[in-house]
Design a protein. Structure first.
Length: 95
C-alpha cells in the first residue's frame, strides 16, 4: 500500500493557526453513489464546513432482461448525465 503525503506548502498551511481560525468561505459539492446492476442510487449534497445541504437524489435504472454489457452501458449513460448536471467535486461510493 502506498502512503499519501500532502505537499509541503499545503501541510504548512494546514498547521498555521491563523488559517485554522479563519471561517470557511467555500462549498464542496459531493455525490454519494449506491451501486447496483438493476438500480444505482445517487444523492448530491453541498458541504460548507459545518453544514450539509441537500441538493438532489435519484436512481439510474437498467433493464434486468438485457445483456450485462447493455445494462452497464445504460448505467454509465445515466450516471454520466447526473455528473454533468450536478458537477460534484468529490464522490463517495458504498461498498
Amino acid at each position: 500500500m502506498r502512503s499519501c503525503r500532502l505537499p509541503t506548502l499545503a501541510y504548512d498551511r494546514l498547521h498555521d493557526s491563523q488559517y485554522l481560525r479563519a471561517p470557511m468561505t467555500f462549498s464542496v459539492r459531493i455525490i454519494g453513489i449506491d451501486p447496483g446492476l438493476r438500480r444505482m442510487g445517487w444523492g448530491v449534497i453541498d458541504w460548507d464546513g459545518s453544514r450539509l445541504g441537500y441538493v438532489a437524489s435519484g436512481t439510474v435504472t437498467s433493464d434486468a432482461g438485457e445483456a450485462l454489457a447493455v445494462r452497464l452501458c445504460a448505467l454509465f449513460i445515466g450516471i454520466d448525465a447526473v455528473l454533468t448536471a450536478w458537477s460534484p467535486a468529490e464522490a463517495a461510493v458504498e461498498q
